[in-house]
Design a protein around this ligand. Structure first.
Ligand code: MTE
Length: 341
């Protein structure tokens, strides 16, 4: 198994463009795919080498599920005014959801193949009362609120999205977290018949499926940590992680795992997809940090996705913890953030 190894601060901002960043990541995945003999792929994700040839045949056309209008506590207008929202069509058409393909347009083109109702989200492990939420429970069990958050991808682009959801802490409190639980492990649905990238490493890159993520318990209980079930006032489009996804606004976007089926409380640090795939490049913490570069590109600035074309792109300085430092920096007091990246 060959992993790209490089010096963590080899590249400076001016040496790399965003598209290069994106192409590098795809190139890297392709390289992994070509040299991989499946060592990276654990049992359920073992894909047949030529399965992708059959993909379109196997997927009958299916209309996208209609989105539900949600009732929620709207965010205060003054808060909304502070950040310019990314246009809805960009939020729903420029996506990372490798289960449907590694190109930005793949999720919006293919995610309608996913069935989200019925759904089951389980909360298990070190809890007093294990919980299972069905599709309707996700919309009716908690007070829903709107939250406008910045989303900063590790690929150095960002959006501002009006999410609708509830605090992860509300769900965890309902389950009753046992005192020895230290971490929360999350898992995305594994359903290769509807998620073409799980069937083929040519489509879904050579990352292990199901996609997994994790948080420390204090991060999971933090009031900013959201389970989103909607955006722009309606239920989530499939490409954004329907019916329920995580949003952790001070961390790189890959921590915000989509289409979650399992939340497990544990006393061991969970293994996470990108950290397993490239540990030198993607850490467990993944806090947005302009002072710690990705080994192949700078994290000092980011391209804001706007309604404009390629020549209207705005680039701004990246803020520590994605602008949420006043609320979360204390969680990492005394930690060397270049070591725990
Ligand atoms: N969750 C799953 N299951 N699969 C993925 O490929 N991509 C992550 C994250 N969650 C991903 C995922 C990455 S890299 C980012 S930047 C965000 O989702 C993108 O969310 P968006 O497409 O809604 O903007």
């Amino acid at each position: 198994m060959r992993i790209v190894k490089s010096n963590r601060s080899q590249f400076k901002d001016h040496q790399i463009t965003d598209e290069t960043v994106f192409n590098n990541k795809r190139h890297f995945l392709k390289k992994l795919g070509l040299v991989s003999t499946g060592a990276l792929l654990t049992t359920p994700s073992q894909a047949g080498l030529f399965d992708w040839l059959k993909d379109d045949e196997a997927q009958p056309a299916k209309p996208p599920a209609p989105l539900k209008q949600l009732s929620y506590q709207p965010v205060k207008q003054s808060q909304k005014d502070q950040l310019e929202l990314t246009p809805q069509d960009k939020v729903t058409s420029y996506n990372n959801f490798y289960e449907f393909g590694t190109a930005k347009q793949d999720p919006s083109e293919h995610a309608h193949q996913l069935t989200v109702d019925p759904w089951q989200l389980t909360v298990s492990g070190m809890v007093e009362t294990p919980i299972t939420l069905n599709y309707d429970d996700l919309f009716s069990s908690f007070a829903l609120e709107e939250r406008v958050y910045r989303l900063r991808c590790v690929e150095a682009w960002s959006m501002v999205i009006p999410w609708v959801g509830f605090s992860l802490a509300d769900l965890l409190k309902k389950a009753g977290v046992k005192s020895d639980a230290k971490y929360v492990a999350f898992e995305t649905l594994y359903r290769p018949n509807e998620m073409r990238g799980q069937k083929s490493r040519f489509i879904g890159g050579s990352i292990p499926y199901p996609y997994t993520e994790g948080l420390r318990i204090d991060e999971a209980m933090h009031p900013l940590t959201l389970l989103a079930i909607g955006l722009y006032g309606k239920s989530l489009p499939n490409q954004n992680g329907a019916p329920v996804r995580l949003v952790v606004p001070w961390k790189y976007g890959f921590k915000s795992i989509k289409s979650i089926t399992s939340i497990k409380l544990t006393n061991r640090q969970p293994k996470t997809t990108w950290n397993i795939s490239a540990p030198d490049e993607y850490g467990f913490y993944a806090n947005v940090n302009p002072n710690v570069d990705h080994p192949r590109w700078s994290q000092a600035s980011e391209r804001i996705i706007t309604s404009g074309g390629l020549f209207d792109q705005q680039r701004v300085k990246t803020l520590p913890f994605n602008g949420y430092a006043d609320q979360v920096a204390a969680l990492y007091k005394g930690m060397d953030l270049s070591k725990y990246y």
